[in-house]
Ligand binder design. Structure first.
Ligand SMILES: [Zn+2]
Length: 377
């Protein structure tokens, strides 16, 4: 991480502070001194800032350790003056995983608030009054800091955790690209509302609004390459060079074709119309039961799961995954035009993400700085 110092390692993850962080401490120290011109205020104030960022590290660790449960590592956690960022090796793609990883951060703050509340209850400390950095009780201050962080992070707008929670919930029903677009719009709407409120006299709100607006735009841009995958029609990815069988062909001919080429599943068509599918398993079973002289139509599957050449590849892939077959015929207005197989689609997605990686990298500045921060806050 450029412009950062390593300050330690927790749970196998390096913790960095950004160079601008000491400037924040200096500014905070000076402001605390300015209130009553009392040097002990500086110590109390800086201790508060230190504990605040300790809590932020725990929040980020919450994300990182939940991500680890899904096999996603974290390259580092960096403290910036505006908060912390956990840089995950990759983003969880499955909505349920994204939901749990996003929720894990605010959940840490809720747990800490409950613990601090319990301490307050046991020591008869009243919690009313909110945060008073210089003269409030540290337990009460930290209690409210955790409540505030949990609420702030659950605002349903990128780059806040709430934005990811919203997106993952939407993605469970609508798919990743559409869910992101909707969540980004919600985030930008919230940013506008915040900005409007801020313009009536709160400059901090305006800053937060700008931050949220950029976050929403950034997230929408970051998925633009992923969106491609969702919008690629089946016809772009399907196999067009394939063999087909007539229903009256013998199983011996089918076996010969399977041995000669790379294809293991054959669509069965009559006058261009799909009438069945002969999978490798069916072929073997068929030869065992009716022999090589038996006809394809005796053993083929007649209820075939098909794809339309114009539908999105993601949708077809999901249906193929859910079916028992390894192969899916593709139709254009009922006429057989192509094939999709699981292996072929895996190869297609790998090639596509390689192209997307190249695209991302070639757009980065020459110095390698300003690496896109797709970190978790
Ligand atoms: Zn977070």
């Amino acid at each position: 991480v450029k412009w950062s110092w390593r300050i330690g390692r927790l749970a196998g993850i390096d913790i960095f502070v950004h160079m601008t962080f000491p400037l924040l401490l200096l500014w905070a120290g000076m402001s605390y001194y300015g209130i009553r011109r009392d040097p002990t205020d500086v110590a109390v104030g800086l201790a508060f800032v230190g504990m605040l960022f300790g809590i932020v590290v725990l929040h980020e660790l919450g994300h990182a350790l939940m991500a680890r449960r899904f096999g996603i590592g974290t390259s580092d956690i960096t403290l910036l003056p505006i908060g912390g960022v956990a840089r995950l090796i990759r983003m969880p793609e499955e909505p349920r995983q994204e939901f749990l990883v996003a929720l894990a951060g605010p959940a840490v703050n809720v747990v800490l608030a409950v613990l601090l509340g319990a301490v307050a209850a046991l020591t008869d400390l009243p919690l009313r009054g909110g945060v008073d950095i210089l003269s409030g009780h540290p337990v009460r201050n930290l209690f409210w800091v955790n409540i505030g962080l949990a609420l702030f992070n659950m605002v349903p707008a990128f780059p806040m955790d709430g934005g990811r929670v919203l997106r993952s919930l939407l993605a469970m029903r609508l798919g990743h690209p559409r869910a992101t677009r909707i969540a980004a719009i919600v985030g930008q709407f919230l940013a506008l509302a915040l900005g409007g409120l801020g313009l009536m006299g709160n400059p901090v709100l305006v800053l937060i609004a700008v931050f949220v607006w950029m976050g929403a735009k950034g997230e929408a841009a970051a998925i633009s390459t992923e969106t491609v995958r969702g919008e690629v029609p089946v016809r772009i990815a399907m196999i067009t060079d394939f063999q087909r069988l007539e229903p009256t062909a013998s199983l011996g001919v089918a076996a010969h074709m399977a041995l000669r080429g790379v294809q293991s599943d054959f669509p069965v068509s009559e006058h261009g119309r799909l009438v069945g599918l002969l999978s490798a398993d069916r072929l073997v079973q068929g030869i065992r039961s009716v022999g090589p002289a038996g006809r394809v139509e005796q053993v083929m599957v007649r209820e075939v799961v098909t794809a339309d050449s114009d539908e999105p590849i993601e949708a077809a892939f999901a249906r193929l995954q859910a079916s028992r077959e390894r192969c899916m015929p593709v139709l254009t207005s009922g006429v057989l035009v192509g094939l999709l197989t699981r292996d072929h689609l895996a190869a297609f997605f790998t090639l596509q993400s390689a192209a997307a990686d190249h695209h991302r990298r070639s757009r980065q500045p020459a110095h390698g700085e300003a690496e896109p921060q797709r970190g978790w806050r």
